[in-house]
Design a protein. Structure first.
Lengths: 296, 318
């Protein structure tokens, strides 16, 4: 037991990672590109303050509604704010919301999925009916209702999306746990009298890690899409925060007829990031587990 | 088959109960200060409601279980969803007026999604790993990533700049003016439908690939049947059974997407009703829409399960 508890030697893990990356680039080039874009998005989000040429809400009336140029690669909006800078700060918000909400969702999925999947029985039965009911509500509608109750803002969006996607995603982890549960090594651990938390932590969790990673990656994309839809409806992070969805809506929309580039940049950012995340997630899923191919 | 229907209906009861609890608890989370906010925002304090009256109108003055009992009982026994705080019309009436609009939009979007997804998915599977297959698949994954509200925005902006054309904004019901109605609904239906088609297309392709490798397909080829006949009579029918289930799974996405489309194209359906109610903090309407949407999704899933029983003999006798 003591030897199992020790972390893997560093050289071995590094070798694993390198081999995995090799496979990713060889077998799934599109997924690898998605991964690179995903990292670039993360980089832009983290270093938005350094990368952005102008301030996020730096108003410049002389340069109102300027089309894309060298000085303003994505053009400027109706207040003369630089669209590139706003898109970069938008990436920052998307990174924060995407990673926090997807992280929370994954955590909830794992807790719920492992407990219901491993314990089964009545708890599982009741929990599954609850998940059924939960899944009958469109994510966007639940968010709209929650925002109507608690008001718009980043923390409530993160928590609600985390709960929403977390409970829905618990099904995926649960089915993985159910198949792992019947393995010989789990029975062996049970028969030598290992405690349930120990079995869950040491034997079940490591073996359902691949679906967890895939779940997290794909959830980031989903969260970004839903959050932008919410901001588009004017119920997301309130302005003047530069959310990608918010930039496409509200006051911005009336100026798009004079400056169509206002409609392009945020939408393109969204599409590229979500597309890359989906490709990356799909590639990871295929590499981890060929049987999961094609399922959602 | 009857036993199957009965079991499926029984399973619906706990789900409905949990759903009503979710709706109830979510909206009951209203903290006191939101009541103040409602009063100040809506200016209803001056003439119509005092603070206590508003609390009573929302039913917040009773204990929780009693509130739930009255609310659920009212809906179950009298179809009473309460009254709008703002317009003072029964919420049930508003829902009845708006539901068909959203239903029409959803149905049209679904038809678009299937007519795009099934042929491309089947073609993709029949010509696996050809250029056509790659184009079809890339298109589908791309559609999954393009936000429908961005599409909608671009459709509003660019045709207007280039050709001076913009979509209709005055809504007329289908029975009033079918041509006008369809002209208005077709664009949002296409946008919503294509964004939904991606997943269906992928599933159709996966299932077709599996079915095309079955023995009975080989037999059909050996009999000398034409490809068209094999695909339409033998392969597609079997491949599409799981696709029907997917329609049920996509129902929430369809309704969520409809909210956005209704907002962009100013279509007076459930989505617009909900958004207007949210902006005005009209909680009885919000609760009503929330519940109806959940029940609608459940009913769609029930119908899907029942049709599954009809389509797939294996399910019928289980």
């Amino acid at each position: 037991m003591a030897t199992i508890a020790q972390p893997l030697p560093r050289a071995r893990t590094a070798g694993h990672t390198r081999r995995f990356l090799g496979r990713l680039f060889r077998e799934k080039p599109l997924g690898a590109i998605g991964g690179v874009v995903f990292l670039a998005f993360l980089f832009c989000g983290i270093f938005a303050d350094l990368l952005a040429p102008y301030g996020v809400n730096q108003i410049n009336p002389i340069n109102r509604l300027k089309p894309p140029s060298w000085a303003f690669p994505f053009g400027t909006d109706n207040l003369g704010r630089d669209m590139l800078s706003r898109c970069l700060y938008g990436a920052q918000l998307s990174v924060i919301i995407g990673f926090c909400a997807a992280g929370l969702a994954t955590l909830i999925s794992v807790l719920l999925g492992i407990v219901t999947g491993y314990l089964g029985g009545k708890i599982d039965l009741i929990a599954q009916r609850f998940v059924d009911a939960w899944q009958s509500f469109p994510d966007l509608i639940v968010l709209i209702v929650v925002v109507s109750v608690v008001g718009p803002g980043m923390p409530q969006i993160i928590v609600t999306l985390g709960l929403l996607l977390g409970i829905a995603g618990s099904r995926i982890i649960r089915s993985a746990v159910v198949s792992v549960r019947e393995n010989m090594y789990v029975h062996a651990a049970q028969s030598i009298g290992a405690s349930t938390p120990r079995i869950l932590w040491r034997h079940i969790l490591p073996n359902v890690l691949p679906p967890i990673i895939v779940l997290f990656t794909t959830r980031v994309g989903v969260v970004i899409l839903i959050e932008s839809a919410l901001s588009f409806l004017g119920l997301g992070v309130p302005p003047p925060a530069p959310t990608w969805g918010g930039m496409l809506s509200g006051s911005g929309r009336s100026y798009m007829f004079q400056g169509p580039w206002l409609a392009l940049a945020p939408g393109l950012c969204l599409t590229i990031v979500v597309y890359a995340t989906n490709m990356f997630g799909d590639a990871l899923r295929d590499l981890f587990d060929p049987r999961m191919r094609g399922s959602r | 088959m009857q036993a199957y229907i009965a079991r499926r209906l029984l399973a619906l009861i706990p789900t409905l109960f949990f759903a009503s609890l979710i709706v109830f608890v979510t909206v009951r989370l209203i903290p006191g200060n939101v009541i103040d906010l409602m009063l100040s925002q809506n200016d209803i304090s001056a003439d119509k409601f005092s603070r206590d009256q508003l609390i009573a109108a929302l039913g917040l003055d009773k204990p929780m279980w009693e509130q739930y009992g009255r609310w659920a009982g009212g809906i179950l026994l009298h179809g009473d969803f309460g009254r709008s705080l703002w317009q003072n019309t029964p919420v049930a009436e508003l829902l009845a007026a708006r539901l068909p609009v959203t239903f029409q939009l959803g149905l049209m979007a679904l038809i678009v999604a299937l007519t795009v997804a099934i042929p491309i998915g089947a073609y993709s599977a029949m010509r696996q790993d050809t250029t056509g297959d790659y184009v079809g698949r890339s298109f589908s994954i791309l559609m999954l990533a393009v936000p429908s509200f961005w599409m909608g925005t671009m459709v509003m902006v660019f045709p207007s700049i280039w050709w001076g054309w913009s979509p209709e904004v005055k809504y007329l019901a289908f029975h009033q003016d079918p041509v006008h109605n369809l002209k208005m609904m077709i664009l949002p239906a296409i946008i919503l439908g294509t964004s939904l088609s991606a997943v269906t297309m992928r599933l159709t392709r996966t299932m077709m690939l599996e079915v095309l490798r079955q023995d009975y397909i080989r037999t059909a080829w050996a009999k000398g049947l034409s490809e068209q006949r094999i695909v339409s009579r033998h392969a597609l029918r079997n491949a599409l059974i799981p696709v029907v289930t997917l329609i049920g799974l996509q129902a929430p996405l369809l309704i969520g997407g409809a909210v956005i489309m209704e907002q962009i194209f100013v279509i007076p359906g459930m989505g617009l009703l909900l958004l207007d109610a949210v902006y005005q903090r009209d909680y009885p309407i919000i609760t009503g829409v929330f519940l109806i949407v959940g029940v609608a999704v459940m009913v769609i899933n029930l119908l899907v399960d029942l049709s599954y029983g009809l389509l797939d003999p294996k399910v019928r006798y289980r």
